[in-house]
Design a protein around this ligand. Structure first.
Ligand code: GUE
Ligand code: MG
Length: 289
């Protein structure tokens, strides 16, 4: 038996079609949803993601702009721009693409974004709301994964879930969402002793460690749901330049009950949930929710 493939690209497209009427309603009321993406530096991967974000907005009738700075820009300049955008009534969402260059204090930059416009859900106020089980903005990647569970009809209540990775953008919020949904959650990382001990008892495995093909078929319980958050660009070997997840897809496909591909899995869902959060921000401002 091969696993059912949860098609993130198709689900992303379906959700985006559904967003169009909400954008139309908001636009008619004078609250056209607007997202600004701030990009510092010239990282080629970041350029691709930012372009996908801006184009994703425009395709459903939202307003979106990209603001780019040279990698050497000083933090004060970026903080001043954020303050300006916080006060701009046409802008409902502000995203600062991570990672920032080393001379930046990432936490300080993220905290400068108004919590009402923090569509990434990285502001301490929004992290706290999620931890308390009363989320305001759910971080886009784990939010997208929750939508994929819904699509795959995965009941999380009472299930054993293992999250591999403990980052603030994926691992931690993913664990909180699974906890809030009633799963029994174990958070592992690349240094976990005997990772297989944990993963082989899991009904759900979410891989977000940033290591290509880290999760292999022998680590997975037959029938488990395997979610691949990894986006590793292979440097050398026969597949150089190709995108590869944190999961050995071919090896897990034969064992898992459901699995997400890379590309075409979690990535497109991340951008879709960014659009969802921006629309939601505009709906709050318009008094529609
Ligand atoms: N403040 C902030 N918020 C983020 O949400 C954020 C960030 N910084 N920094 C970088 C990561 C990464 N990320 C991705 C989004 C979409 C794809 C995506 O669309 N991936 C496509 C493939 C794209 C390609 O070909 O490279 C796919 O998986 O099918 C990937 C990665 C958002 N991030
Ligand atoms: Mg992580």
């Amino acid at each position: 038996m091969t696993a059912h493939i949860i098609d993130g690209k198709a689900l992303a497209e379906e959700l985006r079609q559904g967003f169009k009427s909400r954008v139309e309603t908001l636009t008619a009321k004078g609250h056209k949803p607007g997202l600004v993406v701030i990009l510092v530096g010239e990282d080629p991967a970041s350029q691709v993601y930012v372009k996908n974000k801006v184009n994703g907005c425009l395709a459903i009738g939202m307003h979106s702009e990209k603001i780019t700075y040279d990698a050497a820009v000083d933090q004060e300049t970026v903080l001043k721009k954020i303050a300006e955008l916080n006060a701009d009534p046409a802008i409902h969402g502000i995203l600062v693409q991570l990672p920032l260059p080393k001379h930046f204090d990432e936490e300080k930059v993220l905290e400068a974004i108004s919590a009402d416009k923090d569509v990434d859900g990285f502001h301490a106020e929004n992290v706290g709301a999620l931890a308390q089980g009363n989320p305001r903005f759910i971080p886009c990647t784990p939010y997208g994964v929750m939508k994929m569970f819904e699509q795959g009809k995965v009941d999380l209540n009472g299930k054993e879930a293992v999250v591999i990775g403990r980052s603030n953008i994926v691992g931690k919020p993913m664990a909180l969402l699974l906890i809030n949904a009633g799963a029994t959650v174990t958070v592992c990382n690349s240094r976990t002793r005997d990772l297989k001990f944990h993963t082989s008892r899991a009904d759900i495995v979410v891989a977000a460690v940033g290591k290509p093909k880290f999760v292999t078929g022998d680590m997975i319980k037959p029938g488990a749901v395997v979610i691949d958050v990894g986006i590793n660009r292979l440097q050398d070997g026969p597949d150089a330049g190709k995108l590869c997840g944190d999961v050995d897809y071919a090896g897990c496909l034969e064992v898992a009950g459901q699995i997400t591909p890379v590309p075409g899995g979690v990535g497109p869902m991340t951008i879709t949930m960014l659009l969802a959060n921006t629309i939601e921000a505009a709906e709050r401002k318009a008094g529609l929710r």
